[in-house]
Write a protein that binds this ligand. Structure first.
Ligand SMILES: [Zn+2]
Length: 417
């Protein structure tokens, strides 16, 4: 737990640990307020009583998710429509029309696909090129620290016949930003999210390509704002709510110089609007089934699952493999919302008919609350944190309405059953 004494210890060691031009006292002194307990319910507008969807294993603590009167989440209701009422041949016709509108015959790129080489984005890029005759340029925002399998899959994308631009941020700035976002937002992946979001838009402007094709709409596929179901993509401005937790890159102007923020931030928005850059969800036009994407990418871009078997904190072998720090993103989600990586994986596999709810419940109860340990040392080193400091920050982001201390560890008060 955070105490005034531990804050003082923290400040001292922090000042010693951070070398170079950024070892400023301003940065150090701000930690004291960051280590405080957050009011997560207010911050994320969370419902007070925990309920689990009667169809899948998702809880109502996922931000923006909606449950109906029968206790079924909006992702499960959308999954029903995916299987029954949505006419996918009409949607594919729309996709072909969209491609026809943008397809170029002069050799220039005609679609930008944000892609890491992971199964989903590799599927999108490869399909656009080989099924729909487009000329995609894949744009990758580098993981914080590549895993071996992540790098291998990234090269698989290129070897599968796709051109690529890789954007890699300054390592000194990125580690500071990862740490600050961990402290201030409980989200070590936020710097990556900024870059992953804006880099492809800047590439689109640079290459004068008005079409960006992203994967799926997470709010309807995995639970979130049901009103987005009819949206073909998010427009400029939607990112603040859906990706940035209402903190755009300009939130960080006190801690970082304009030069340091430039690579993470947006292009000139007016210029982007003038170019009429559109971002579309591939999942709007083609039925989105992650397991099918996995089979497709395995065949066509040589995508390989986790060589260690299952990833930490889940049973799955093929999702989010690129970054050594993936596990910390999921772990902080667990602290805030009581929803871990196994819940995220199992919920959509129930909806897709690949798991029964009973199997999913068993997997969630077994793996969800696991702590990420494989890259723990690397993560602490990257952020220049001691183990104690890490747990102080974690405790600040732990929602005690959802967690209780019992025995010698924290346990979730409500678990799916
Ligand atoms: Zn559900």
């Amino acid at each position: 737990m955070t105490t005034a004494a531990s804050d003082l210890r923290y400040d001292k060691s922090h000042a010693l640990a951070i070398q170079g031009p950024h070892a400023c006292t301003r940065w150090v002194s701000q930690y004291v307020s960051r280590a405080m307990k957050r009011d997560l319910d207010k911050l994320y507008n969370l419902p007070k009583d925990v309920k689990f969807c009667r169809r899948c294993v998702m809880s109502n603590q996922r931000p923006r998710i909606a449950f109906d009167d029968d206790g079924v989440c909006n992702a499960c209701r959308y999954a029903e429509r995916k299987q029954s009422t949505i006419d996918w041949s009409i949607r594919e016709r729309e996709l072909i029309d969209l491609c026809d509108k943008h397809r170029r015959k002069d050799g220039r790129f005609d679609v930008i696909v944000p892609s890491s080489g992971g199964k989903d984005s590799a599927y999108v890029a490869h399909m656009l090129k080989y099924k729909y005759g487009m000329h995609p340029l894949t744009a990758t925002w580098s993981p914080n620290v590549y895993t071996d399998i992540g790098r291998e899959n990234f090269h698989g994308l290129i070897d599968g016949g796709l051109d690529n631009l890789l954007g890699t941020p300054n390592g000194i700035v990125n580690r500071r930003m990862v740490r600050l976002c961990l402290e201030e937002m409980g989200e070590p992946f936020q710097p990556f999210i900024y870059g992953q979001y804006w880099f492809p838009v800047k590439v689109a402007m640079q290459y004068d390509v008005p079409l960006i094709m992203i994967g799926e709409n997470a709010d309807i596929e995995y639970g979130g704002n049901p009103a987005t179901e009819t949206m073909r993509g998010f427009g400029i401005g939607d990112e603040l709510r859906y990706f940035f937790q209402n903190r755009g890159i300009d939130h960080w102007t006190e801690q970082f110089s304009a030069q340091e923020l430039e690579y993470y931030g947006p292009p000139n928005i007016e210029a982007a609007q003038q170019k009429k850059i559109e971002r579309h969800f591939f999942g709007f036009y083609r039925k989105w089934v992650p397991q099918e994407n996995f089979y497709y990418a395995s065949q066509n871009t040589g995508f390989k699952p986790n060589p260690d078997g299952r990833s930490e904190c889940t049973y799955s072998k093929y999702a989010s493999l690129d970054d050594q720090f993936d596990g910390f993103h999921y772990y902080f989600m667990l602290l805030k919302f009581g929803i871990g990586r196994a819940t995220s994986d199992a919920a959509h596999e129930v909806r897709d008919g690949h798991l029964t709810r009973e199997e999913a419940v068993a997997l969630v109860r077994r793996f969800d609350a696991e702590k990420p340990v494989k890259y723990f040392r690397q993560f602490l080193d990257y952020c220049r944190l001691t183990e104690q400091q890490y747990w102080d920050i974690a405790d600040g982001w732990r929602n005690e309405r959802l967690w209780q201390y019992s025995g010698n560890d924290w346990k979730l008060r409500a678990q799916v059953s």
